[in-house]
Design a protein around this ligand. Sequence first.
Ligand SMILES: [Zn+2]
Length: 463
Amino acid sequence: MNKKTIAYARQSLQKSNRESSTRGQIEAIRKYCCTNKIEIDEVWTEVASGKTMKREKMQHLIHHIKQGYVETLIVWRLDRISRTTKDLLTFFTLCTDHKVNIISINDETLGYENSMDKFKVQILASMAELQRNIISENKVNTNRVKFQRDHIPFHVTPFGYRYINKQYVVEENEAYTVREVYRLYTEGLGYKKISRCTEERPDLVFCQPSHIRQILLNRKYYGYYKGAHGVVASIIPAIISQEIYEKAEQLRHSKAQNRKHTVLANLRRKIKCPLCNHTMTTYHNRNQTNSTPVYACSQRFRKQYHACSMRPIPISKLESEALYVIKSFLSTDEILKEIHQEIVNQLKEKQARSKRTEVEIERQKEVLVHELAAGNIDIKIFKQSIEALQDTTHVAEPHIDTDEVTLQKIASLIEQKTEANDALWQLVEKVEVDESGALSGVYLKDLSINILNRKEVMKYESI
Ligand SMILES: [Zn+2]
């Protein structure tokens, strides 16, 4: 029996722009196959979300692979197979087991030679994700325990409230500011102008523009709280009406749509000013047609423009340099193994610090991580076992240091996309620049070394 070469294309339900349509994908695949002298036996397309593998054609494909009918699978981009790293890994494992080649024609931008390298990057990303998963799952359990005991699982008490005797009470001075912020916003003032108002008016509490935005985004102000364990209506007293919140929200949406150029920046909050150590923010002069978006010291935007003399750095320049360093670093086998080990080690360290009651469960997790690292079990079994262990930890009091996990992290984890460059940017912990604006350090999450100074990267640069 001859094994088949199958081209698979998927488009999501809503999107119908040409580039991501199944027709566009198949055209691109055909062109690629023509150039590379690959013969396609069958073309499979479907319109379905990539968030789940429970798609008709995908299930059919999996069945075909299991039966050994497939030799090569060609896709336009890896995210056509799945949008979650977990499913992608499971699928890769299946393909490896049945000796199916995967060709993804549109991931060249990543700079990887073959699908194996891409696969390794995915593993790397997923290991980091996994570590966060384990932490955040524990965190959710902590919150569930608190929830059941009627403790409030907020991380911080919102501006406008005080937490007294396990209850949220309105702080009238701040609450007045909140109401004024909403009123001024619905009258058409922007974040910066409102911020200036709060600075100038003695009856208001001063708020930075970023804080103004947070206030306008916080549903708790009309008494709404939605946590991981459900919606609670009576946890926090309302400061404003739901009506005014929604009015502000509508305005925010229409403003966002009118904005023509949004600054795309992947290193937001990840760069500190080398002169004054303030976070560097993005800046783009929208009124000027040829303006270059830059990272600039936030100190210059606050009160005094002369407080810091750091020159702005063009976003595209810094990001392309950083991306080059990361790609160079990640594309060596040696490094991939090293990082993998590093993550495993750090996971072990964390586990060593855990409470005695959890030692046994932690030990089992560790064993699982080793088994996975050694290739004795696949990611599917691993995930299942971790989940099973997680069930037993419901009984025990979870131990995770809350500083390590923020609610935003959990939220971003839920929304995590697996598009290639996005995944790489997510690996970045921070980037350092020197006084001239040149890149001087790149740090990845869970890794404490500066990858810019690694000999492997230097080697790449000397070529
Ligand atoms: Zn500065």
